[in-house]
Structures are given as C-alpha cells and as structure tokens.
Design a protein around this ligand. Structure first.
Ligand code: PLP
Length: 447
C-alpha cells in the first residue's frame, strides 16, 4: 500500500498558526502531498512521524554526505557541548579544521568560517570587488548562489523575460530587492565557451569575478563541457578577475579536493557549505593568499557572532576526517553506486514507457523527464532544461516514489551518501518498480 501522511498533514495545519506559511525555507513547501515531518534518521534511512520509512537521496539538500545521525559526529558534538557551545572567540579546533582544508584543497591557502553558504557568497563577492576595484560579477543562468539579494540575480529567469541568447536578463525572483542590485551582475549562459568569451569582452575591464557551480547541480546537474574551466581560468588571469568556485554542493562530495580536484582547475576563491558541516550550520570561504589579502589587511569586513562555532567545528573536523580516511575510495565508490542507480532507473523507465533520462556524473544526478516531442539528446543549459524537462510529470513520479519510500529532492536531484550500500540501491530500485508502475498507470489519466 502506498504511504499515507496523516500526522504530517495535521502538523502542517498546526504550523500555519505559528510559522509563516508553515515552513522555515520557502522550497520546503514544494514537497507533495505535504511538507513532511521527520522523527529520526540513521545512515541512508529516514522515518517520518507517520512511521513511513524512506531510503533517502535528498540527504538534507545534500548536506548529509555522511548519512543521517552518524554516531561519531554525535559523539564529537556531544563532547564539545560539555566544554562549551559558543565562545565568539578562538579555539584550537578552528585551526585544526582550517589545516585539514589546506591539506585537502590546494587553492585553500587561507580560510574564514561562516554559518551558511549564502553568507560566504556575499563575502566572496565583496572581496572580489575590493580586490579588483570593479563592480560587476559575471554569473550563469540557472546557478544558485544562496537566497540573498546578490545570490539570485538571473538564477531562474522566467521564460517571458529571458532576454535573447546573447544577453540573458538580470531578473530577480524576489520582491523587496534593492533594484540597483541587478546592475551589479552580468548573466551568461552555462556551457557555451564562445558565448562566455563574448560576454566577458562586452564588459571587459568592469568584471570583478566569474562565479559558478562547477557542476550545475541546481539546474539539471550539468557537468562543465570540456575546456570551460580552463577558459574561465584563462579569462580571469588575462583580465585580473577572480575565479569563484561555488562548491556548496560539490564540496567533498567529489572527493577530498572537491570538484576543483575532480575536474582539475584552481580557483581563487571557493565557497564551501553543506557537507563541510555534515548537517550543522557551517560554511567556509577558502582562497589563495592573494585573493584573501583584503581580509588580511582589514579593508574588507568579514564578521559574524557565531562564526567558527565550536559545535560546528567539532562536527566539521569529524566530517573531514571521514573523507580523508576514505582516500582514493572516494568518490569512486559513490560514483559507482550512483551510476548503477541511474542505470536501474533507466531500465524501469524503459519497461514502463516513461521518458526519464537521468543526467549527471552519478554520485549526484538529476531525473530529467522529456516532454513529448522535444527530441532526445542531453540537456545543455538552463533554457534547454526549461524547454524540454517535463516538470509536472517528474512531480507526479516523485510523489509515487515518495509513497513507496524513495525520497529524492523535489526538483529532481538525487545524491549518494558515503553510507549508501549496494543493497540500499537494490532496495530503492525494488521500491521504485512499484512507483513506476503506479505512475505509468495513473499519469496520463491524471494529466
Ligand atoms: C551552489 C549553492 N550555493 C549557495 C547555497 C546557499 O547555501 P545555504 O543554504 O547554506 O545558505 C546553496 C544552497 O543550496 C547552493 O546550492
């Protein structure tokens, strides 16, 4: 029998009276049939308040690279909590975490800590502007850099205001934003090297930095095309711009040296979030000494009461040690599991006539469902994705999967943790079989 969610529904109704719109992050409202309330998690397993058990590929929006409630992390946080939860001052732990980052990521010559990647993005942009004395940040359509005014310009432009292919628009999805913020950005399309060159040429001498998700995890999990990272590096070196790699999702998921190690490039600044804290509110700005100079000189303000909070540091030290201990097993192990999950989903899609084309490297991937008549071939960029991905159909399939106990991110992203095993993948595919059968039987009637 498909799962039911009576207790979550009841709690969500109750929450409307005290929590604005019932959730504490807008995106959580997307979960259908109701935003779920969870009771506990363990490894790749998650239980909601109705007692439903899930194999989790949502993983706290990717933060839980080490699975739910790892015992070692709980011990590390517990031990630190007995010594102190917050000092707003220095402790040796912060040096230990910083030294691990230096060891793992060659471009991390110096670091600074924050509590969310959104904050780190703001620090990186401020630093880049101070470093270069220029105003503009070049960013790509469909890339998400946090929810602040500056993180969302051109993130998910509505079709009606895309602008032409050469000049993507600078729209903002939120009301209440200072309009001038839009003027601080140049938006380019992802994965088109020649277009990027033209865009930089158009604003040459005015751009402080190029920022990007190395794998466009927030839109369709699009890996960089050959030569893109080298081109960004070349343009940044040529014009004195900073290369900012937003590794909030890819950090440590793609190995100890993150996506920059996996794809072989060296940015000036790196944004780290999610897996660096394994589910605690922890994030870091890492960079070369040259790029961090204005923080050293004190010309750029970077602050925060809870920065380098000892509970988060204890968790982070444990997380980084886990990654270091895996050595070369990581990311190949999760890559292999992810690819077999993708292959299993493709086989089910074929069997039940669902035009599902999972896309991405494997350890993380996106469940694309093609609209009727849009043609085959991999999705290339944000515009291609909006034109060809059948979002309502994915939402229906996602709900069927959820009701059989397989949980992926609402928008279609699946992540593999370090604790998923072959039998978890097999079990997920077994449950998915029922979900695909139900989806195939009801989608056309429901659509
Ligand atoms: C690539 C990227 N950058 C920045 C952020 C913002 O991170 P946070 O939600 O921790 O502020 C996110 C969040 O999903 C992200 O995916």
């Amino acid at each position: 029998m498909p799962y039911t969610f009576a207790k979550s529904q009841e709690l969500f109704r109750r929450a409307q009276n005290s929590i604005a719109a019932g959730v504490n992050s807008g995106i959580r409202k997307m979960e259908a049939p109701v935003p779920l309330y969870f009771a506990r998690g363990s490894g790749p397993n998650l239980w909601d308040v109705d007692g439903n058990h899930y194999l989790d590929f949502q993983l706290g929006q990717g933060a839980l690279l080490y699975g739910h409630a790892p015992a070692g992390m709980a011990e590390a946080i517990g031990a630190q909590a007995k010594l102190g939860t917050h000092w707003a001052a220095q402790c040796e732990l912060e040096i230990e975490v910083a030294e691990r980052l230096q060891k793992m990521i060659p471009s991390a010559e110096l670091v600074r800590f924050n509590n969310s990647a959104t904050e780190v993005v703001l620090a990186a942009f401020r630093l880049a502007r101070a470093h270069t004395g220029r105003k503009l940040i070049l960013r790509f359509e469909g890339h998400y850099h946090g929810w602040a005014d500056e993180g969302l310009v051109g993130f998910a432009n509505p079709v009606a205001s895309w602008g032409d292919d050469e000049n993507p628009a600078r729209t903002h999805p939120s009301k209440g934003v200072i309009p001038e913020v839009l003027d601080q950005f140049v938006v380019a399309r992802w994965n088109d090297v020649e277009h990027l060159r033209r865009r930089v040429e158009q604003f040459r001498g005015q751009i402080a930095a190029i920022v990007f998700e190395p794998v466009l995890c927030n839109t369709c999990c699009l890996e960089p095309v050959a030569g893109l990272m080298a081109t960004i590096r070349e343009l940044c070196d040529r014009d004195g711009m900073l290369m900012i790699s937003d590794e909030t999702i890819t950090g440590f998921r793609f190995g100890a040296a993150c996506a920059q190690g996996y794809y072989g490039y060296k940015p000036d600044l790196t944004i780290l979030g999610k897996a660096i804290g394994g589910g605690t509110p922890f994030a870091a700005l890492a960079g070369t000494k040259a790029a961090m100079a204005k923080i050293l000189s004190g010309e750029v303000v970077h602050a925060g009461t809870l920065n380098a909070n000892p509970l988060c540091l204890a968790a982070s030290k444990w997380c980084l040690d886990e990654v270091l201990a895996l050595g070369s097993v990581h990311p190949s192990q999760s890559q292999e599991l992810g690819r077999s999950l993708m292959a299993g989903l493709v086989a089910l899609a074929h069997e039940y006539g669902v035009p599902l084309r999972p896309q991405g490297p494997g350890l993380i991937f996106h469940a694309v469902i093609l609209k009727p008549g849009v043609g085959e071939g991999a999705i290339r960029d944000y515009r291609d994705y909006v034109r060809r991905h059948d979002a309502p159909r994915w939402a229906h399939l996602r709900r069927c999967l959820l009701e059989e106990g397989v949980r992926a991110i609402e928008r279609g992203l699946w992540s593999i943790s370090l604790v998923h095993t072959r039998s978890d993948i097999d079990e997920a595919l077994g449950r998915a079989t029922t979900a695909f059968r139900r989806h195939a039987a009801t989608w056309l009637a429901a659509a």
